[in-house]
Design a protein around this ligand. Structure first.
Ligand SMILES: [Zn+2]
Ligand SMILES: [Zn+2]
Length: 453
């Protein structure tokens, strides 16, 4: 570690209790996407106490604030997520929700970074600005609830980061950084890979006709059977998915709203179609929609297809990866860092939307045990989860923005984003939006089928 690295990491160390308290508070007050008001209020109060002026997202949780070095240069955005998961079986669930993805650690870390950046000498040698961002709704869940918010005009996008982009809260940002806690192998404190899948979010509803299940099943159309047939058809498509595109389709049936002696007339299903490129996601999603539609037609049911933009594939810039890998090694030692340059995660994050328009790096840090999104997920080492994470983010900010931001500028200039601007990216998402009654039974006995945009 250089003297400068020692200096800036000591600033994070000094505020570790602030982070530990926040980590516990947010763990015990978990709320799912777009309802994270308790974490929002907790952090807002403490950021303001530190002297920050915040720009609030407004009618959804989350905020940003800019730290200005006073010298012109690029803007780095450092972000932490706020949302928990619906996972009622977790032993520490509160109102059916738990931070089983560790976002409580990220949010707490942001508070430590904010406190450290107020220390005298924190910005020495740096130019440009650092935007601190607390962002809601990373987990793409409760699609029905979010569709309701969309219809009310509260949100436009299911994911918090594209929603923040839409609201202008990413305007002016040139490069981004995030550290996500994760259960890690034994001695590994930090990890990184080349990126992760994107996805489209789907709600599809099979429509049948109710009737007495014993007395007159011939008058009914069983929406549950149609749904089962639809999912079977999708399963039979799996061998047509290309191995190198990492397609994932993982539906959950949301259940029926009737008694056992009634033919179910509706079955709603949520799913994603994930893949490693927008092109692959769109292509395979079309096949999935065709299969779902065919199943409805097979037994005389209807199916409403509702596709919404999910996340874009996340791509990590090579030079940015190399920089953060070296910094991780500086901080915790080579043997505790594991970067896989050809590693690819088949999960998804709306940080992918960010890397569509600017260079971004999301690394993994230790501090949790069990399985991410599992009922055995617990925070076991808040020091690694929060303090190490704050240290590496400060070190990265310093490395990027020091020496006239030479490093940041080089990464930004050489990065080839998939879209030339935030606007162009958001416009492209409209192509994914689909609302279609895919099977129409005409009066003359013919059927009209349309599952495409
Ligand atoms: Zn997650
Ligand atoms: Zn997560």
């Amino acid at each position: 570690m250089t003297d400068r690295q020692e200096q800036i990491t000591a600033m994070a160390e000094k505020h570790k209790q602030l982070m530990f308290d926040a980590e516990r508070f947010i763990w015990t007050h978990p709320q799912t996407g777009y309802t994270e008001w308790e974490a929002h209020e907790y952090l807002k109060e403490r950021f303001e106490k530190l002297g920050y002026e915040l720009t609030l997202a407004g009618n959804i949780p989350g905020f940003i604030t800019d730290v200005d070095t006073g010298i012109p240069g690029p803007m780095l955005c450092i972000m932490g997520e706020l949302d928990a998961l619906d996972i009622a079986n977790h032993p520490e669930a509160v109102n059916g929700m738990t931070h089983a993805c560790g976002h409580n650690g990220q949010a707490a870390t942001m508070l430590g970074i904010a406190a450290a950046l107020k220390e005298s000498g924190a910005l020495d040698g740096m130019c440009g600005k650092i935007r601190l961002m607390l962002v809601p709704a990373e987990e793409m869940i409760q699609l029905d609830f979010r569709e309701g918010l969309r219809k009310q005009g509260i949100i436009k996008y299911n994911g918090g980061k594209p929603e923040f982009m839409h609201r202008g809260l990413f305007d002016g940002v040139d490069i981004s950084l995030m550290v996500h806690g994760a259960p890690m192998n034994n001695d590994i404190d930090f990890g990184g890979n080349a990126g992760m899948n994107g996805c489209v979010a789907k709600i599809f509803t099979y429509k049948g006709r109710s009737s007495h299940a014993g007395g007159s099943p011939e008058d009914g159309i069983n929406a549950q059977y149609a749904a089962m047939l639809g999912l079977q058809a999708c399963n039979d498509l799996r061998e047509t998915f290309r191995d190198d595109e990492h397609i994932r389709f993982h539906p959950i049936m949301k259940g029926v709203n009737c008694a056992v002696n009634i033919i179910p007339d509706e079955m709603k299903i949520e799913s994603y179609v994930r893949g490693n490129s927008l092109e692959a996601i769109k292509r395979e999603n079309k096949k999935i929609n065709r299969a779902l539609t065919g199943a409805a037609l097979a037994i005389g049911a209807g199916v409403e297809l509702c596709d919404r933009p999910g996340y874009a594939p996340e791509v990590h810039d090579l030079e940015y990866m190399q920089l953060t890998e070296q910094l991780c090694k500086d901080l915790v030692g080579e043997e505790h860092v594991e970067y896989e340059y050809d590693g690819w995660s088949t999960g998804s994050s709306d940080f992918g939307d960010v890397t569509c328009v600017m260079p971004g790096m999301q690394m993994w840090c230790a501090g949790a045990s069990g399985h991410g999104h599992g009922i055995d997920y617990f925070i076991t080492d808040p020091y690694k989860l929060c303090v190490n994470s704050a240290k590496i983010q400060l070190m990265t900010a310093d490395a990027l923005l020091t020496n006239g931001a030479e490093k940041a500028k080089h990464i930004i200039e050489n990065y080839k984003p998939q879209f030339p601007s935030i606007r162009a990216y958001l416009d492209s998402l409209d192509e994914i939006t689909l609302d279609k009654d895919a099977v129409i039974y005409n009066e003359d006995g013919s059927v009209t089928v349309n599952y495409c945009n």
